[in-house]
Design a protein around this ligand. Structure first.
Ligand code: ZN
Length: 377
């Protein structure tokens, strides 16, 4: 996530002006806050200037921050429970200027955090991860050093929970607060630092998602083009994302595919092994072709003419498999064969591992006159 803070623009601003400045930076990014969401504050003396309801961070002015007595808000945490209506009343009572807007529903939590500047957003990237099936584990992994709070209703209950959770801990050891299914709080005694912390916190989640997406997407058109160029004709391509294809494409089992055919005659359709595509397709294809040449050289006897060295099927890391044929029919025959081979490879793991015929025997089969004749038909 881009950090929009410009030292030049923030020069000569007082604390409240700085609060307006970085609040607007947060508000300008709709992947951080949407339509009046999120809130910020600054403590000046004993007064908490916290975003007032009805204001939008993107366009907030100084008057959008409600001056509230910090200590009065913190005192509310002595209550075991108060209703939302009571909370709004108490918060209004704590206002130093009764014409100011109602303080944000998160005002008590802002008061509780012992730093001058407090920033709160509902960052898409972080809530996306939190709202996933493995959300709890992933947030734990990504947000090391943060206080991680399980979901609870915003407002008094949330403030009370953070109050209890931070009872015995040093705030200086907390990088920020991650609220499950809700958002992030960051803080510092400096406006820029609190904003920087927010950008960094959101970037942690964004980088995680990016890494994940990088693993999962492949440029299928590009692969089809590369294979077609190599074969000298436009190949038909079949995409297989069945459970077994995905398993063979997993990091753990990818190498299983490199161990040879299930039964000798398959080799005329599938070649001995598929190519594995991870990210650098050109290089991976060149390496495959070079390895095919080496295989030919190693096993060549006398009269064989090398077949086209391009692969007939491919394993795409973290995606599935592809089968390439002259036409749809040939591609689907290759896919059928692969499905059986992959299943056997996975099952054979339980039998101590998959083991095919030797490379030499494979070569005899691939270049066997009778098989070559079958192909020509
Ligand atoms: Zn919130």
């Amino acid at each position: 996530m881009e950090n929009l803070y410009k030292t030049k623009e923030a020069k000569d601003l007082d604390d409240l002006e700085l609060r307006v400045y970085t609040s607007r930076l947060l508000g300008s990014n709709d992947s951080l806050v949407l339509h009046g969401g999120g809130n910020t504050s600054v403590k000046i003396g004993g007064t908490l200037y916290v975003k007032g309801s009805g204001w939008d961070l993107a366009t907030i002015e100084k008057e959008g921050f409600s001056p509230t007595r910090t200590i009065d808000l913190i005192m509310l945490l002595e209550h075991e429970r108060i209703s939302d209506i009571e909370m709004v009343e108490y918060q209004r009572d704590a206002l130093e200027d009764k014409s100011a807007p109602n303080p944000s529903v998160e005002a008590i939590l802002h008061a509780l955090i012992p730093y001058k500047f407090v920033d709160h957003t509902h960052a898409d990237a972080m809530v996306t991860i939190s709202n996933s099936h493995r959300g709890e584990d992933l947030i734990e992994e990504i947000y090391e050093g943060y206080l991680i709070v399980p979901y609870i209703m915003p407002g008094f209950l949330l403030a009370k929970m953070v109050y209890n959770m931070t009872d015995n801990i040093e705030w200086e050891n907390i990088k920020g607060i991650v609220l499950h299914n809700h958002g992030i709080f960051t803080f510092a005694n400096d406006a820029k630092e609190s904003y920087d912390n927010m950008i960094e916190s959101v970037s942690l989640a964004e980088r995680y998602i990016k890494k994940l997406q990088k693993k999962k997407t492949h440029d299928l058109d590009k692969i089809q083009k590369l294979i077609s160029e190599c074969k000298g004709y436009e190949v038909s391509m079949r995409v297989n994302q069945s459970k077994v294809a995905k398993q063979i494409a997993s990091k753990e089992d990818m190498r299983l595919s490199q161990q040879g055919v299930l039964t000798p005659e398959h080799i005329i359709r599938t070649k001995r092994i598929p190519i594995i595509f991870e990210d650098n397709y050109e290089k991976e294809l060149n390496d495959y072709i070079k390895a095919y040449h080496d295989y030919f050289e190693r096993n060549y006897i006398d009269e064989e003419i090398m077949l086209n060295p391009a692969p007939n099927w491919a394993v795409l890391k973290d995606f599935g498999t592809l089968s390439f044929g002259r036409d749809e029919k040939e591609a689907s025959i290759i896919e059928d064969i692969n499905n059986h081979t992959m299943k056997a490879m996975i099952t054979a793991k339980k039998l101590g591992g998959y083991k095919s015929i030797s490379e030499e025997d494979s070569f005899y089969m691939e270049y066997w006159e009778l098989e070559q004749m079958k192909l020509k038909k």
